[in-house]
Design a protein around this ligand. Sequence first.
Ligand SMILES: *Cc1c(COP(=O)(O)O)cnc(C)c1O
Length: 680
Amino acid sequence: MHEAFQIRDRIWQVQEARGVYFTVIQGDRRAIVMDTGHGIADNRGYVDQLLSVPYIVINSHGHPDHTQGNYQFEEVYIHPLDLPAYENSNTEARRAESYDRLRKENGLLEEGKEAFVKRTPAVILPLKGDEVYDLGGLTVRVTELPGHTKGTIGLLVEEERLLIAGDAFNPDMWMFVYNHDTLAILEKTLTRALGLPFDTYLGGHTIHEIRKEFLEEVRNNVRTGRVDWDSYEVILGQETYQIRYSGEHGTSQIAIPLETALELKEREESGFNTMLLHGVKERKVSDPHGSILPPIYQTSAYAHESAESIADVFAKKKTGFNYTRISNPTIAAFEERMTELERGIGSIACASGMAAITYALLNVLKAGDEFIASAGLYGGTINLFHGFAQFGIRVRYVEPNHWRELENAVNERTRLIFTETIGNPGLIVTDIRKTAEIAHAHRLPLVVDNTMASAYLVRPLELGADVVINSTSKYINGTGNSISGVVTDGGTFDWDAERFPQLEPFLAQGRNCYLAKLRGDMLCNHGGCLSPQNAFQNIVGMETMGLRMERECSNALALAEHLSKVPGIIVNYPGLEINESYETARKQLRNGYGTILTLRVGSRERAFALMDALKLPFVVSNIGDIRTLVVHPASTMALHSTEKEKEDAGVFEDLIRVSVGIEDIGDIIADFDRALHSMK
Ligand SMILES: *Cc1c(COP(=O)(O)O)cnc(C)c1O
């Protein structure tokens, strides 16, 4: 169990939670958990308390003086966000003014930091990253948010609820959501990094409703002229907005039933294989006969007990099923498992990986738009993107991990960035985190095809990607018996109607808007749905995915190491230390380096001869099977690619791609040795 929960056994009570701090009491002891900087000057009410109780300061801003523990009280009001518009706003003036008032009332500044600390036995936490503090029996976990905002949150668990304080919850910070998607980042941190569910209540609204209202308020408050104490300016895009400040907006707490949090936390901490079998949430046996696998609902449509019932499902007044092209209980069970696997907010299963890529992109692209893709993609995807030209959608290719070229490729028509975690068959590992940073700096979503790595090796959504696609025909199914693909949304991208007008009718659904359109438009109207039977095959397959991947990755590494010692063969495998992707792979991939390696053997003739001499591998243009497969990409998948595309993809005439299976490694190596020997 996570240390942050140890406190459950103690009787801490949250006395109040207001603004950016909350008070905790245990018997006659009291502590305040607060965040510095932004809040300190604004929450006059608690200065008294600061002076009389031990308190915990959670540095929220990553300001250098704070993070180094070199706390300067005067600098509290320096705003940390790297948003130049904000620096120019009147906020600082406002803070200075409020600070002045505090100084007069409390005589704080004159006495300086030392006196301040002496008077209040403060614990000032120089925070970086993610840490757990035990402060006299009070365990606090503090997490620095990734991304642009340097906000920090403190988590404190008491009997019923898990509480979180921090700037991200200060309602007057929500304007940054518009630019930085603070809450989405926070949500990601909580749900993924900490494995906690996320639900925010504020005056009975969910955070996304508030966000909308707040933006409304931002838009309704466009004024020019004098800025007074109760308002400040912020520049969003080209426009300057006047924001009314109100400390009364609400509290900055998230309340999560602790039982739920703990249960989820425990599940979260169960390993990959346990998660695959038992789920992140509780996977109840709901079948009346106790079937341990979801039944195959092999039906095209669903009968309703009344005219009104079917009308209600169509009108989305109640949930239910109408037609399998749109949804089906077996497919839904598979989608749910994919969502758990990739840690998204939802998934949509399609007839194939290609259908998933097509829908994921056409969902948000229209004629006149451009997008950037990494060079060296899977051949089928390159062919697809060729075809996008006829819809007036243009792709620009940039080498993976070439940051300047990526920046330069962005223009006002760019709408998204697309990449693969591991290129196929070039095997270049994309630095997802860095790619996401660049995408987000340009307000672009990052869509990642994770087929080649699978969630066993990496979860792109955890590294900042917004949407992830899997050809589940590969490692998810694993045994080569069904074609299918899945789009999983991280719910993190802030889609706007201006650049993505086709999403407008769905924007009311908040962060579900992308998936709502994908199901309601792409899947429903283009019709590339998965069959219930194949969804079932995938569910069965994915339950053993961890075991298969473990074996396939270790076999691939052993084969790559072995063949790299054979003269006349050049082995490409990200797990070899000499490989150009080794560093990125080591940093980014868990559990292994993938199951694919390629061999250059000198000529196309030698490549064909070796493939024909091998007895054990099947000659198959597929990957991710439990059987070892070999293929000659230049004459198969890349047959329709241009010379430039082949070069970018690392497709050479003498190259063989090997997808390593679960056979006994001694047999695989012996077969390669024998085949190579026979060619001499
Ligand atoms: C196989 C593959 C696809 C296409 O998936 P299908 O299920 O065959 O349509 C897309 N991307 C990558 C990286 C693949 O390997």
